[in-house]
Design a protein around this ligand. Structure first.
Ligand SMILES: Nc1ncnc2c1ncn2[C@@H]1O[C@H](COP(=O)(O)OP(=O)(O)OP(=O)(O)O)[C@@H](O)[C@H]1O
Ligand SMILES: [Mg+2]
Length: 439
């Protein structure tokens, strides 16, 4: 087992802006001074996206409606930024402006060093070539197969075979560093063959190897979404703009996509994801929240804030007022356990409460000499509370089924939290009722 202190500091950590929580439980941070930008040194420090005083309206005259108000935003190279907010608050409008799909009406917007206002047609085309856009509605071409939709985006005219081989080798290497060139070694040095190999590699990585030759109408919504993701990434763009890329994906596919995005940011891409998906909300370097066309909060995420974001997604803690959530987060410790490790043993004294972050555990309760009840718990679920509440030995043995990451609270911290926070007491009661009902 390894443990880690993960205390949450409400103020002044790592020279960052001061973090605080507002009334609607959104972690916020005051604007960050330029010195604390997340840019990775090797990628340079110039913003990939720089927006100042951006306004946007739809329609003209009396029926026009302003949907973006005074947007200011810098995104640094290598950042993975999540943009969230209620439906209709202007997220898609903002990223289509960044992607050069709409004209700027008012304010300044620079993308990859180019001023997007009044950009000449040729510059527009070149800027778009550096951007991978994943649309909310996929926008695949119905007449083409999944593979053709992806390789069409490769813009093969711009590649000579050697250059395409190098490009394919880089991108495949990002997905599978160990098998860097194996696939390509067997392929003729022809642009079409290399393009197909890269396309298949990308689609296989997104678990679509069986669907390369299917047309969009033969694919599920989640499969189409992944084809659209492959299409946006096949050029290894410097900037990826993704509108709800995981909305239709199951947990496993969404994890593969986020993992790929993270790998791309490490290789120099910058990624802006519009999302409502709570499963990925703690995965970015930054979370920007919009409301009614304005940026409401802009929060750098580090480990301490990730803990709070995670706690907010767990029913046991989500009802806590922000200040109390921070109190609990401050007292959590992180533990990791290897697969098959025994975490608590029936009959032993209990001194900790466990909350699962990643992985699953098996709970075994021995009854008499032969009976055995078994249950499985996963992320967001907890165990170990009974011995603390009733001052009894552990009533079950809990074993990690796979690699496990969990947060623990000491007995005293757990009992204090439960005594102080009515929402937590109510939530515990609900869980007990369920456990008793189920057996
Ligand atoms: N082409 C358009 N013409 C007129 N109004 C538009 C147009 N596109 C969007 N809007 C309006 O602009 C506002 C912002 O829309 P936008 O699509 O940017 O929201 P969103 O935050 O992406 O929402 P969602 O989460 O539902 O995708 C909404 O009120 C919407 O009705
Ligand atoms: Mg939208």
């Amino acid at each position: 087992m390894t443990t880690d202190n993960c205390t949450f500091h409400a103020t002044g950590e790592r020279g960052s802006g001061r973090a605080y929580f507002d009334g609607d439980q959104t972690a916020r941070r005051e604007p960050c001074p330029p010195t604390m930008a997340l840019a990775r040194p090797e990628l340079g420090n110039e913003p990939v996206v720089s927006i100042h005083g951006l306004n946007h309206r739809f329609g003209r005259g009396d029926i026009s409606q302003q949907v973006l108000f005074d947007i200011d935003l810098d995104i640094k190279p290598g950042e993975l930024v999540l943009l969230t907010g209620p439906s209709g608050c202007g997220k898609t409008t903002l990223i289509t402006l960044i992607g050069g799909l709409r004209s700027i009406q008012d304010g300044n917007l620079e993308v990859l060093g180019r001023n997007m206002r009044g950009l000449a047609r040729q510059d527009q085309v070149e800027t778009r070539r550096d951007i991978g856009f994943i649309f909310q509605s996929h926008n695949l071409l119905d007449a083409l197969t999944a593979g053709e939709n992806v390789s069409l985006a490769l813009d093969l005219k711009t590649y000579k075979p050697d250059r395409l081989r190098e490009h394919a080798s880089n991108l495949l290497g990002i997905m599978q560093p160990d098998a860097r060139n194996e696939r390509l070694d067997a392929v003729p040095r022809r642009v079409d063959a290399l393009a197909r190999t890269l396309t298949i590699g990308l689609l296989e990585h997104l678990r679509l190897g069986e669907r390369v030759d299917h047309k969009p109408h033969q694919l599920s919504v989640g499969q189409k979404q992944r084809v659209a993701i492959a299409r946006a990434l096949v050029n290894h763009p410097r900037l990826v703009l993704a509108d709800e890329p995981t909305a239709a994906l199951d947990k496993a596919s969404s994890e593969i996509v986020i993992d790929l995005f993270k790998r791309l940011t490490r290789s120099g891409s910058t990624i802006l994801i519009v999302t409502h998906d709570s499963r990925i909300m703690d995965q970015g370097d930054r979370v920007i929240t919009m409301k009614d066309g304005r940026i409401q909060s802009n929060v750098m995420i580090d480990e301490s804030i990730r803990v709070c974001v995670f706690l907010q997604s767990v029913p046991l803690f989500s009802g806590l007022p922000p200040g109390q959530l921070v109190d609990v987060a401050e007292q959590l410790r992180k533990e990791t356990h290897a697969a098959d490790a025994c975490i608590i043993r029936q009959g032993e004294a209990g001194d900790k409460f466990y909350l699962i972050k990643e992985g699953t555990v098996e709970v075994r309760v021995a009854e008499g000499s032969t009976g055995m009840q078994v249950a499985t718990l996963g992320p967001g679920q907890f165990f170990g509370e009974m011995a603390l509440l009733e001052n009894q030995p552990r009533n079950a043995t809990v074993t990690a089924r796979n690699h496990l990451e969990c947060y623990t609270l000491s007995k005293q911290a757990f009992l204090n939290a439960r005594a102080a926070f009515a929402p937590m007491r109510d939530e515990l009661l609900k869980v007990y009722a369920q456990r008793y009902r189920s057996g």
